[in-house]
Design a protein around this ligand. Structure first.
Ligand SMILES: Cc1cc2nc3c(=O)[nH]c(=O)nc-3n(C[C@H](O)[C@H](O)[C@H](O)COP(=O)(O)OP(=O)(O)OC[C@H]3O[C@@H](n4cnc5c(N)ncnc54)[C@H](O)[C@@H]3O)c2cc1C
Ligand code: FES
Length: 267
């Protein structure tokens, strides 16, 4: 059964950095089903335009409370940013295939800019999985243009993550790109480490190339334009490398998370 839009009242909407907002609503159904790396399609209920909803990763779940973290880019996100507590949202989800992880792995999260959005949900879920089983190590490599855009540090600290931060302007952590910080810190990855990555395409590509060269397992969350989120419009199709050749897949259904070695850009 394709998922339908449901209406939810905004419980909180808060600006947390320039053009970046945290939005909260409650849904027992989404909270019960959602897995880290999945997303929801969202549109404000009160506007006729744009008709199309926009995709956002599930940033955090606390009980039935669902949090989204978004940056204002164009018309859709500007409308969302203008909503107030009590306004209605239309939400479809959770959708897509999220990160594949287990309690036995020691995750290395790599977040670039807004790529932090799905990774807090992953860090908190993984941390909960450790209580009964084992005490593994969670590492976060996080990069942004400047300190203000380095999001969620306190929340990641609470998961016990070992945090490595980089800013392009040097206002916090190591100056430069987070990919350089990653590759200079992890010289020899171990087999129980897996990379979980989300961020802009040049960052994904750099991490993918390094992971393939080092032979470390790596999952990338891809962003494409999406209109339906359901596999119906074919607006999100990308090429994927398979053993049998190249296959074309919908990012909204078979992704947004893919094994790094399967992802092709312009090569
Ligand atoms: C699976 C998935 C999860 C996402 N999760 C988040 C999230 O948690 N937080 C967040 O802030 N954003 C997230 N995004 C991106 C977000 O969906 C877009 O920023 C949003 O749709 C822009 O809508 P808009 O109407 O504001 O801008 P538009 O008016 O639609 O676009 C403005 C400009 O940005 C470009 N653009 C818009 N979206 C994309 C895109 N996805 N890729 C490349 N170029 C684009 C357009 O070509 C256009 O030039 C996610 C995207 C995907 C596919
Ligand atoms: S967004 Fe329509 S097919 Fe993926």
């Amino acid at each position: 059964m394709p998922k339908v839009f449901q209406k939810f009242s905004i419980e909180r909407i808060q600006i947390i950095a320039k053009e970046i907002y945290l939005l909260r609503f409650s849904s027992a159904a989404i909270a019960a089903e959602a897995r880290p790396g999945q997303f929801v399609m969202v549109r404000p209920a009160k506007f006729a335009e744009p008709l199309l909803p926009r995709p956002f990763s599930i940033h955090r779940l606390q009980g039935n409370r669902v949090e989204l973290l978004f940056k204002v880019i164009g018309q859709g996100t500007r409308q969302l940013a203008g909503l107030k507590k009590g306004d209605l949202l239309e939400v479809r989800g959770p959708l897509g295939r999220g990160y594949d992880f287990s309690a036995d792995q020691n995750p290395i999260l790599v977040a670039g800019g807004m790529g932090v959005a799905p990774l807090l949900f992953l860090a908190e879920t993984w941390k909960r999985s450790q209580k009964k089983n084992r005490k593994g190590t969670l590492r976060l490599f996080i990069g942004a243009r400047n300190r203000d855009e380095l999001l969620g540090l306190k929340e990641f600290e609470r998961t016990g993550a070992e945090i490595f931060a980089a800013t392009e302007d040097g206002s916090y952590g190591r100056k430069g790109l987070v990919t350089r910080l990653l590759t200079s810190t992890i010289k020899t990855p171990s087999p129980d480490q897996t990379l979980y990555v989300c961020g802009p395409n040049p960052m994904l590509k750099a991490v993918r190339d390094w992971a393939v060269q080092k032979g470390i397992s790596c999952q990338l969350s891809l962003e494409t334009r999406m209109a339906c989120g359901l596999g119906a419009c074919l607006g999100c199709v990308v090429a994927r490398k398979k053993e049998t050749g190249i296959a074309y897949v919908n990012v909204c259904q078979q992704g947004p998370v893919f094994e790094a070695r399967e992802v092709l850009w312009d090569e």
